[in-house]
Design a protein around this ligand. Structure first.
Ligand code: ADP
Ligand code: ZN
Length: 243
């Protein structure tokens, strides 16, 4: 008799334990938002973070560029705004973003790079997500460094590796170290467009810092001028702390 009670007790404990751990992993479904001015390193950090956290990296800028390359309707609509350094209107951005995050690979969470870019977009995201842990990584880089960072930037169109003519030159001139593909420069990485993008950031995106500051335990501000490795470490530490 005693033995039976003991077995029953053990079964009960394991049911409770399994139930709990399921809840826990559900609770862990996390959305990381990379915030910061253009050229702050959001993409670079998001790529590394995506590998470490095993969460998909969703860049609205990359989604637009893919659409432009494939010459889709959406790409055609977005192109002129992007080339001028202006924000693409919400009716184009929101559908594209919500289609993407509805995919199966986003069930356990995702990393957003370049979204939200306005308070309205942040509010739209909030109505879409429920019960997710939100972490906003605000990469701080002073204006004085932005233009030089952007205009010297080159990327590999094949593997996505990002280079800089001064800070991270490829071993061979204009060739990707990983896959020997000729590097390309983004069309909006000229000085004129970069200046407009920075001004767009100050006017429309920067208010998000205040917006997220007012939400408890969401905003993590990180020095974006440290080394790439240091920044990644700081991001991981803040995410760990905010869990
Ligand atoms: P960066 O952060 O270096 O400016 P992105 O690749 O994130 O580069 O964005 C490139 C361009 O794509 C922006 O200048 C803007 O025109 C458009 N874009 C990207 N994300 C959004 C968004 N969430 N809302 C509106 N426009 C966007
Ligand atoms: Zn490459």
């Amino acid at each position: 008799m005693k033995k039976h009670i003991y077995i029953l007790f053990l079964a009960l404990i394991s049911i409770l334990f399994i139930g709990n751990s399921c809840n826990k992993s559900e609770g862990k479904s996390m959305i990381v938002i990379m915030l910061g001015p253009p050229g702050a390193g959001k993409g670079t950090q998001a790529i590394d973070l995506s590998k470490k956290l095993k969460l998909p990296h969703i860049s609205t800028g990359d989604l637009f560029r893919e659409n432009i390359q494939k010459n889709t309707n959406l790409g055609q609509k977005a192109q002129s705004y992007m080339n001028q350094g202006l924000l693409v209107p919400d009716e184009i951005v929101l559908d594209m973003l919500f289609d993407r995050v509805a995919k199966e690979d986003c069930k356990k969470g995702y990393i957003l790079d370049g979204f939200p870019r306005t308070v309205d977009q942040a509010k739209a995201l909030e109505t879409y997500i429920q019960n997710n842990k939100l972490v906003v990584i605000n990469l701080e880089v002073p204006d004085g460094k932005i233009i030089e960072r952007i205009t010297g930037r080159m990327a590999c169109p094949k593997c996505g590796e990002i280079y800089h003519k001064t800070y991270k030159p490829p071993k061979e001139d204009s060739m990707c170290d990983n896959c020997k593909t000729p590097l390309t420069q983004r069309k909006d990485d000229t000085e004129e467009v970069a200046k407009q993008r920075l001004s767009t950031y100050h006017q429309q995106t920067e208010p998000l810092i205040e917006y997220y500051k007012n939400q408890k335990d969401v905003l993590c501000t990180i020095n974006g001028t440290a080394s790439k490795e240091q920044i990644q470490q700081d991001i991981l530490t803040s995410i760990e702390k905010s869990k």
